[in-house]
Design a protein around this ligand. Structure first.
Ligand SMILES: C[S@@+](CC[C@H](N)C(=O)[O-])C[C@H]1O[C@@H](n2cnc3c(N)ncnc32)[C@H](O)[C@@H]1O
Length: 747
């Protein structure tokens, strides 16, 4: 697992539920930079989004640092266990704490986040150093963050996935997903009702145009261990059609999604409190330069949405050009097939303002432009008519959009629109609908017509506003978009779904470049290509494969478990690691157009081969990544242990068999050396903060065991269950715990 970002305390600046008088921060990690930008003030005052008085409250709070917020992540049961540990152990220890005459507010759940899984904590570094209790809590948060049970995430960034309303077993596309905190929430929703002996059927595709950032998605979601997850690397506005079989038909039709998230690249002026650099760089050109790309991404998202499906469009910008203008243009294009959903009853504790129906466009010379028609012909290429409020805007219920202002509940700024496709809008929608009747439509022609729709839109895009566009790369960690990180292979410029014919672009526009990063530095035309990704291939094993037979026999794997979904990633180091993917992911990887897909990662490690396993043992170690999924289907090599033995296994290094209960010793001695599974079921009266069955992979040697979880996970488990740190692995044995083939009782 990749190392996660450390949890750091931030300085004070208000509290959830209402803004305090802002203070100019000094030190404490909030660098001294000039927090003022006259262009920003002129632009937003001129937009009349807030009254004069309110504007100064809004502007003042933007100058203060953001409180720390985090989310308890992971499977539903383990997240609730961790929440309970926090509420019963740590929060009480921080009650009534006073440091240097200032009372410290204990961490508390965000009032609007369901099941108290979103949290808010305000403590400065100085306070952290001065209090043992705060330090202890901090250590707990750090270790849980390292193993991925806690994820630092800005409060406002948690909103879009909640309003996306993902249900288990749905198909979801997250179009601009990296670094992936929202993807994490989506995956949790997909697995919310997972039951033993049932394989999950949903699918989540997380996509990002930046290859390196797409890889961040793999780390961010690793903890969730989902076989339903694919990471892809495409320009969202060109996201390819994937042809799969649809229910009730043998025809291969483009995959459509129940849910689509378009958390688009934006100017990020809602993140002033966190990304201080924006104070210096913000300019009116930012929103203008991004508008068309945002609209193209949204339109492609709507094309890929099922009829009856839901799409959430979001930005962390206050700018109507990036927000309402994009949504209104889409609604106009949709000719009544798409509507804004009224979510005013959802998340009732969340303070939000309505979207606006009136806004203005300012040019780079800081003059207000009344209408597209009023722009002299020679300057029009800098603008798009879609930047202006359409004449029929009152039809669209723009008030249903959500504007989140920082001074309402001490957060960053955000914009969210929830859209629903109510009737077929695109030609490919009509294809799917035709399946329900005897009508037949030409698939290729329908797809071309959808492409045409995107091309038409891009042809009205402005040409040269993007020269100095500043793009918000992401909104959950502090790493800026690294322009050098965009691989040259991410270079598809053609408008419409990607294809492998090098078709010339309809027209070269600086704003519809292949990624936001490129929007910063528009380049001359280049040949559009969809370069293949240098990733290892995905090779499905045949069900009769001898390795599958070996581990199936060793662990007593239920024949109902789909042996067709095991795959390997390399033909050279063949079958060193065997992965597992869900049926829905397998359908995507087996699609006729799979060769065009830039799949960065998919599948969970199921079995890993250990060398030098002798005798009757199997070389196949079950991976902790897939253990909770596979275990219910296994009938052999499972040993139930009690609470004392769990303590022994978690706290000690290489616990000896002779230290287990007498009746267990015989069972353990009879077990053929190799991988096995310890199971612990908490009793109803157990004092342990554990609701669910715990399954641990172990390696059985001659006279002892070794738990096959990494150091951080062992530490987090020990702290959570027993409130103590586990025994350290002695330096001379550290290597051994990683080299199972050499482990002989730690000798
Ligand atoms: C606002 S961030 C997404 C944050 C993410 N949803 C999360 O919650 O962690 C926007 C992302 O869009 C990516 N991006 C920029 N241009 C893109 C494009 N044309 N298609 C797809 N992704 C793009 C950027 O690399 C960046 O990671």
């Amino acid at each position: 697992m990749g190392k996660r970002k450390a949890f750091k305390g931030k300085r004070k600046g208000g509290q959830e539920g209402g803004a305090r008088a802002p203070r100019q921060p000094s030190g404490g990690g909030f660098a001294d930079i000039v927090r003022d930008n006259q262009s920003f003030v002129d632009y937003y005052k001129g937009q009349n989004l807030l009254s004069e008085d309110e504007f100064s409250t809004f502007y003042d709070i933007l100058k203060t640092p953001l409180p720390t917020t985090f989310r308890i992540t992971g499977s539903r049961k383990s997240a609730l266990d961790l929440r309970d540990a926090m509420e019963s152990k740590y929060v009480p220890s921080l009650q009534g704490l006073v440091i240097d005459d200032v009372s410290i507010e204990p961490p508390k759940p965000l009032s609007w986040y369901p099941n108290d899984l979103g949290w808010f904590f305000k403590v400065s570094r100085k306070e952290l150093r001065k209090s043992e209790e705060v330090k202890k809590f901090h250590q707990f948060i750090v270790s849980e963050t390292e193993v991925g049970n806690i994820s630092r995430q800005e409060a406002v960034s948690m909103i879009p996935p909640l309003l996306l309303d993902v249900r288990p077993h749905q198909s979801v596309l997250d179009m601009c997903a990296a670094p992936g905190s929202k993807t994490g929430q989506i995956l949790e929703a997909i697995h919310a009702n997972d039951r033993q002996n049932e394989l999950p059927t949903g699918i989540v595709i997380a996509n990002d145009a930046d290859y390196k950032r797409a890889q961040m998605l793999v780390h961010q979601t690793k903890r969730l261990q989902s076989p339903c997850f694919l990471v892809m690397n495409h320009n969202a506005q060109h996201f390819p059609n994937i042809h799969v079989k649809h229910e009730g038909s043998e025809e291969m039709l483009p995959l459509k999604f129940d849910r689509v998230l378009c958390d688009v690249p934006c100017s990020g002026d809602g993140t002033f409190r966190k990304n201080e650099a924006i104070w210096k760089t913000w300019s009116v050109g930012d929103g203008l330069g991004l508008h068309t790309m945002q609209l193209l991404i949204l339109l492609r998202g709507i094309q890929l949405l099922k009829v009856g499906g839901r799409l959430v469009y979001s930005t962390c910008s206050f700018n109507p050009i990036e927000n309402e203008a994009v949504v209104a243009a889409l609604l106009q294009q949709s000719k009544g097939s798409v509507r804004l959903v009224d979510v005013s009853e959802n998340l009732p504790q969340l303070k939000r303002r309505q979207g606006v129906s009136h806004w203005r466009v300012m040019n780079k010379e800081k003059e207000w432009v009344e209408s597209f028609e009023s722009i002299p012909e020679r300057q029009r290429r800098r603008f798009s008519p879609t930047m202006f409020p359409p004449s029929d805007i009152d039809l669209y219920h723009m008030e249903r959009c959500l504007r989140i202002y920082p001074h309402d509940q001490d957060t960053g700024g955000f914009f969210v629109a929830v859209l629903e496709k109510t009737t077929p809008m695109t030609h490919t929608d009509k294809l799917s609908e035709a399946l329900k009747t005897t009508e037949r439509i030409d698939t290729a022609a329908a797809e071309q017509e959808d492409e045409q729709m995107l091309k038409q839109l891009s042809s009205i895009a402005p040409e040269d506003v993007a020269g100095d566009v500043h793009v918000r790369g992401e909104d959950t960690q502090d790493t800026p978009v690294d322009s050098a990180a965009t691989p040259s292979s991410v270079s598809a410029n053609e408008i419409g779904p990607e294809n492998d014919t090098a078709e010339p672009p309809a027209k070269r526009h600086s704003t519809d470049t292949s990624s936001a990063v490129e929007a910063k530095r528009p380049r001359k035309e280049k040949t559009p290509t969809v370069a293949p990704l240098k990733e290892e291939p995905f090779i499905f094993l045949k069900p009769e494969n001898s390795d599958i037979a070996d581990f199936s026999n060793f662990y007593g794997l239920d024949p109902k478990f789909p042996a067709t979904s095991f795959l390997v990633r390399s033909e050279i180091s063949k079958n060193r690691t065997i992965y597992y993917v869900s049926e829905a992911v397998k359908n995507v990887l087996s699609a006729p157009d799979a060769h065009r897909l830039r799949v960065v990662n998919t599948g969970i490690k199921a079995f890993v081969r250990q060398e030098n396993v002798q005798g009757e043992g199997s070389p196949w170690r079950v991976s902790s990544e897939s253990l909770s999924l596979l275990e219910p289907f296994m009938s052999k090599r499972k040993i139930i242990i009690d609470e004392d033995e769990l303590r022994l296994v978690v706290m000690e290094v290489f616990p000896k068999i002779e230290h287990f209960k007498a009746d267990r010793q015989q069972m353990l001695n009879e077990l053929v050396p190799g991988c096995a599974i310890f199971e612990f079921e908490p009793k109803p009266d157990s004092k342990l903060l554990l609701r669910q069955k715990l399954v641990l992979p172990v390696w059985k040697a001659r006279v002892s065991f070794n738990v096959l979880i990494n150091k951080q996970e062992r530490k987090s488990l020990a702290m959570r269950l027993f409130g103590e740190l586990p025994q350290d692995v002695p330096p001379n044995l550290q290597q051994l715990t990683h080299r199972l083939d050499k482990v002989q009782d730690g000798e």
